[in-house]
Design a protein around this ligand. Structure first.
Ligand SMILES: *Cc1c(COP(=O)(O)O)cnc(C)c1O
Length: 268
């Protein structure tokens, strides 16, 4: 799978083009959709390379990997800045800062490791986790932006809140001064064939979009509730067509590497 810079550049450009095309099909433009590069299977070199292509939003689903990679990237950006010195390099698209996204399941005892480093936590799926995040944020007198993860198909054993429980959880989070509910996240289920998987993905995204609109319309802080995180390498175009404004892309950029414990997110 691609490890060389050229391959990554091609994959990066192609993915950005496809995002733009899908956005156009849904009456929007490339700027309306955020791409988070999911680095869980990426090597440190690949991560530095994608950042040098201008990628500022990175996502991890494992706490351990996240907390290792945050300082690694900070150091890299610092070093680049120092090397660049006062010379203004107009064609350097490297961002000044990384925006890290926690996209995997988060255990309550890992909150204090993760919260200081991330821009957005996509995977809040229980009141107890929300309370833990809120307590942490209150102690530091800060605010944490979160998404509620939805299990739109209601399949047992999958991460996320079932649709009828979403409103209630968000209403509860709304009372927590140090948490900001910014939107919803979902993952499509796997099916036996590619075409069934695509159909199931579209249904999942349509359903999640409906819930998103419902909550947004009923929600006091309406304007800030504006992130719909749906779509991965195999289904991001469908997700964008159905209203996603944030896609989480791993293997389409970096290639697949088998995770030691399969694709399921966990707490390394
Ligand atoms: C791994 C992962 C992704 C990216 O998956 P790809 O299929 O490699 O694009 C997106 N979201 C979550 C929650 C993930 O764990």
């Amino acid at each position: 799978m691609p490890t060389k810079t050229m391959d990554l550049r091609d994959a990066f450009n192609k993915t950005n083009d496809r995002i733009a095309d899908a956005a156009t099909r849904s009456g929007r433009s490339r700027e309306d959709v955020v791409m988070v590069a999911v680095t869980k299977y990426a090597s440190p070199d690949q991560i530095r390379n994608v950042v040098e292509l201008g990628q500022a939003d990175l996502g991890e689903n494992r706490v351990q990997q996240l907390v290792q990679r945050v300082p690694m990237l900070n150091e890299f950006l610092q070093r680049k800045k120092t090397l660049a010195g006062a010379a203004s390099k107009t064609n350097d698209v490297t961002p000044d800062q990384i925006r890290w996204h926690m996209i995997g399941q988060l255990q309550r005892n890992k909150v204090k490791q993760v919260a200081p480093h991330v821009e957005l936590i996509h995977s809040v799926d229980s009141l107890r986790l929300a309370e833990e995040l809120h307590n942490y944020a209150a102690r530091l007198d800060t605010t944490i932006d979160i998404l509620v993860q939805v299990n739109a198909t209601g399949e047992p054993g999958k991460g996320g809140v079932i649709p009828p429980a979403v409103r209630h959880l968000i209403d509860s989070i709304d009372t927590m001064l140090h948490l900001r509910p910014r939107g919803l996240m979902t993952m499509a289920p796997l099916r036996d064939s590619p075409s069934e998987t695509q159909d199931a993905a579209r249904r999942t995204f349509v359903r999640t979009r409906e819930i998103f609109e419902d909550v947004k319309n009923a929600h006091c802080g309406g304007e800030r509730f504006n992130v719909l995180s749906m779509g991965m390498s195999n289904d991001y175009e469908i997700a964008i067509e159905e209203g996603s404004n944030l896609v989480r892309i791993g293997s389409a950029l970096f290639g697949d590497a088998p995770a030691p414990d399969g694709v399921a997110s966990d707490e390394g």
